[in-house]
Design a protein around this ligand. Structure first.
Ligand code: G1P
Length: 276
């Protein structure tokens, strides 16, 4: 059973300026919930109730969100508004939260390595909160946890993307072991379209084994001069098994305006149904 989930959340969110100038991008609300809360709920559904967040400067709102606000609780206690806090109260009752700061922005691999102190020596999930996922049947992390239980190795979530968009993602090549589960032979971070080994793109959900930390420590900077988790996993794939899992469901790239608006429309429909 995987208990821990890491949320790298130190990035600047420059694609969403000026909205993210003084507010963490992970706090952008989709309808009535900040992005990070969707991610934490997905982790909880997968049984990962021990939440580690890699934060940075200007990210205090994240820690405040996952804490009690006494003034607010007092103010709305006994009113009809109390129901609005039901989900976040459940999260606070059932999860623990730990934080560490990434002082320099040296890439996703470096962010994950910064989280080592929160994870220790056990397998863990990773959620990039700006990829908002809606699983079919169960959440994407829960689907991936089942793959991990079966194969006991690193698992990355993938989806097919149009060929002209592969340069935005980590891209894998592999052979299909069972429906939707690929044994990875190659991974490339943000390849030029002509170098891309496929159009199977990694999305922001990972299950990693703790040996990844040593691999990251020995991974030189790659694409954009950053330490890439994709490069570390490529090394891992040559030594051990790395699996890629084509998840069942839908993903919104909430780091882009188009994806964010699509997610908002999707969750607004759900909100309307719930409030009908
Ligand atoms: C990161 C990863 C990339 C992955 C993507 C998914 O890139 O480096 O491999 O495909 O997340 O969202 P970023 O979007 O942070 O540049």
């Amino acid at each position: 059973m995987i208990r821990k989930c890491l949320f790298p959340a130190a990035g600047y969110g420059t694609r969403f300026l000026p909205a993210t100038k003084s507010m963490p991008k992970e706090m952008l609300p989709v309808v009535d919930k900040p992005l990070i809360q969707y991610g934490v709920e997905e982790a909880m559904e997968a049984g990962m109730n021990n939440i580690g967040i890699v934060t940075g400067r200007g990210k205090r709102a994240l820690a405040d969100h996952f804490d009690v606000s006494y003034e607010l609780e007092h103010q709305i206690s006994g009113t009809s508004k109390e129901g609005l806090l039901k989900d976040i109260r459940r999260i606070l009752n059932e999860c623990t939260f730990s934080y560490t700061r990434q002082r320099e922005m040296k890439g996703l691999g470096h962010a994950i390595l910064t989280g080592e102190t929160l994870i220790g020596r056990e397998p863990f999930g990773v959620v990039l909160a700006d990829d908002l996922c809606v699983g079919t049947g169960s959440g994407v992390l829960a689907q991936m946890a089942r793959i991990y239980e079966k194969y006991r190795c690193c698992v990355v979530a993938i989806e097919e993307v149009p060929h002209e968009e592969v340069h935005k993602y980590g891209v894998i090549a592999g052979s299909e072991l069972e429906d939707g589960v690929f044994l990875v032979s190659k991974m490339v971070e943000k390849p030029d379209p002509e170098e891309a080994p496929s159009n199977l793109a990694i999305i922001g959900r990972y299950i990693l084994t703790p040996d990844i930390f040593d691999v990251i420590r020995n991974t030189p900077p790659g694409r954009n001069g950053e330490i890439q988790i994709t490069d570390a996993l490529q090394t891992q794939a040559t030594k051990n098994m790395v699996l890629a899992y084509r998840f069942k469901g839908q993903r919104f790239d909430c780091g882009s305006v188009e994806g964010f608006v699509a997610a908002t429309n999707f969750f607004f429909e759900r909100w309307k149904d719930a409030h009908a």
